[in-house]
Ligand binder design. Sequence first.
Ligand SMILES: [Zn+2]
Length: 82
Amino acid sequence: MTTNIQNALARASKIKMSVRYLGGRTYVVITPEAHRYVVRFETIEGLRYGRCQCKAGAARLACKNLAKAAAVDTGIRNSQGH
Ligand SMILES: [Zn+2]
């Protein structure tokens, strides 16, 4: 996990967003303003990559939506024993 993602995760923990699991590695993050962003993850050679639909995500920044979805993704992967 990069420092960028950890910083984004710290910010995300203060923001109330909900995450819906769509299946596979795809999530929808719903912000307090009711914006919805689709976040997708893939793992390449043991490293997790995520893409978010928002402006920050399009600029390949670790946005708070991505961080929030990453926390859920980690929880799901752990519960599956991966
Ligand atoms: Zn985003």
